[in-house]
Design a protein around this ligand. Structure first.
Ligand code: TYM
Length: 332
């Protein structure tokens, strides 16, 4: 039996290079070897109260971008989270054994409490239980995600273990964050700090759909410094980020050239950025073209979403039937 893989992304805008390298590229790498379930986490996006008029368009955007990245619905089960009523049902069961204290300690929750004190809703608090439900509903063991999701995976393991223990049943395996043989990825943004993120200012994220012109404009404005003042000087974060981004898309010779220039204090950041913008454009052009092509094919998208939901429901219903029996629900 092939290992079961589950993962998803929230439909809160266009996907960026971090989503691609942290997750989607992994989805594609895994789809030939594993039994994969990939979904669009549209329930998750409700924590920020999207305008109902925009929600469907957001979902469509992410579906198109998954497909454009090479996720193949013939090889994987591709569906919308909101098409599976079994997920909120499992979420309910898991919530009964999820302690408020442990949820309040989750770093992403604490961060939201700090940054959006006017919208600390229960959905935000229980985000990790919904995520655990997404994963456990198919009894997945591997979850391809970026580094920022590691703590959520830890809680998914806690909930799986706790449920098994409390009901004396080996129903859920413990899922791990997984990246084909490598460390989990954290793609930096262009603002000289942190990771590339949907909520950041758009000018500091590289979106898969960005045109050559947009890429050039953003990358030329990326944060650097005034240049090294001694040989082999440690790099500031902004400069290191540019080198990291280059490592994903540029030839090793180009990277080695700019490393040498940096270490010899001759580097011209403008030249490096031009090279990065060019290489990024070459890297993203096939995806961008595919996005453009697929976004006009509503009939195909409808078929993909319907067939994916039908397939995903079978596995989800099997799990829910087992869970209901374990918890003690019986029909008359
Ligand atoms: P989301 O929508 O924020 O991001 C989708 C995926 O992209 C990865 N990612 C990154 N990886 C590397 N560098 C970055 N800068 C970067 N930014 C984002 C994320 O790690 C993620 O893998 N909670 C999840 C969605 C989700 C999910 C799940 C994932 C809901 N249920 C069950 C796996 C399994 C989220 O908000 O991802």
């Amino acid at each position: 039996m092939k290992d079961i893989v589950v993962s998803g992304a929230r439909p809160t805008g266009n996907l960026h290079l971090g989503n691609y390298l942290g997750a989607l590229k992994q989805f594609v790498a895994m789809q030939d070897s594993y039994n994969c379930y990939f979904f669009i986490a549209d329930y998750h996006s409700l924590t920020t109260h999207p305008n109902p008029k925009d929600l469907h368009q957001g979902v469509k955007t992410v579906l198109v971008e998954y497909l454009a990245c090479g996720v193949d619905p013939e090889k994987v089960t591709l569906y919308l989270q909101s098409d599976l009523v079994q997920i909120p049902e499992l979420y309910l069961f898991l919530n009964m054994h999820a302690y408020v204290g442990e949820l309040e300690r989750v770093p992403t929750f604490k961060e939201k409490v700090r940054t959006q004190p006017d919208n600390v809703n229960a959905g935000l608090l229980t985000y990790p239980t919904l995520m655990a439900a997404d994963i456990l509903i198919h009894k997945a063991t591997k979850v391809p995600v970026g580094k920022d999701q590691e703590q959520h995976l830890e809680l998914a393991r806690v909930y799986a273990r706790r449920f098994n223990y409390l009901y004396g049943a080996e129903i859920f395996p413990e899922p791990v964050a997984f990246n084909m043989g490598n460390d989990l990825v954290k793609v930096p943004g262009l603002n000289g700090a942190g990771k590339m993120s949907k909520s950041d200012d758009e000018s500091t994220s590289i979106f898969l759909k960005d045109s050559a012109k947009e890429l050039h404009k953003k990358i030329m404005r990326a944060v650097t410094d005034t240049g090294p003042t001694m040989e082999n000087q440690p790099k500031t974060e902004g400069v290191q980020n540019l080198f990291t981004l280059m490592s994903y898309v540029s030839d090793p010779e180009a990277i080695a050239y700019f490393e040498t220039e940096y270490n010899a204090m001759r580097i011209r950041y403008g030249d490096m950025k031009k090279q990065l913008a060019e290489d990024m454009n070459t890297y993203l052009t096939p995806i961008r073209e595919k996005i453009e092509e697929l976004s006009h094919n509503d009939a195909y998208l409808k078929r993909v979403a319907e067939e994916g939901a039908a397939k995903a429901r079978i596995s989800a219903q099997n799990t829910i039937d087992e869970v209901r029996a374990i918890v003690g629900f019986k029909s008359f």
